[in-house]
Design a binder for this molecule. Structure first.
Ligand code: 2BA
Length: 107
């Protein structure tokens, strides 16, 4: 069993959740904030069988687009970083982490 943690853009969250649910995955959606841009994003938790991990990542990859965000000048970013000039950063499609689940129970 694996836990897939996927950080996705808020704009893609509904489409990706619908596609995952349609694909037979159970999903938990958390509202989160990126530490660098300090902007809202969504974190999805999906626990699934090892054999379905690639299917799940395939669905996430299909639904999540890469975007360019402009950080305005004179903005204070996370980690205490000061941006004095407008700055362009590429965000996403998705940041995905796969971890082993030692035990899974529904009680
Ligand atoms: P944020 O931390 O708000 O980062 C947004 C985007 O800013 C990142 O996009 C990256 O392009 C850029 N960025 C982040 N930290 C930077 C830095 N120290 N210097 C310059 N540019 C930086 P993504 O890499 O696609 O990440 C999107 C979101 O996924 C992140 O939002 C964060 O919430 C999460 N994330 C990414 N990598 C992570 C990691 N290793 N661990 C935990 N969360 C992560």
């Amino acid at each position: 069993m694996k836990m897939i943690t996927a950080i996705v853009n808020k704009e893609d969250a509904n489409a990706v959740c619908n596609a995952l649910t349609k694909g037979g995955f159970s999903v938990t959606k958390l509202s989160t904030t990126g530490g660098f841009l300090m902007a809202g994003n969504m974190t999805l938790l999906i626990c699934t069988d090892d054999a379905r991990v690639d299917d799940c990542i395939g669905i996430i990859s299909k639904c999540c687009k890469q975007r360019t965000e402009i950080v305005p000048g004179a903005a204070t970013l996370g980690l205490g970083i000061e941006s004095t000039m407008p700055m362009e950063v590429t965000v996403g499609g998705a940041t995905v982490m796969v971890t082993n689940v030692e035990r899974f129970e529904k009680l």
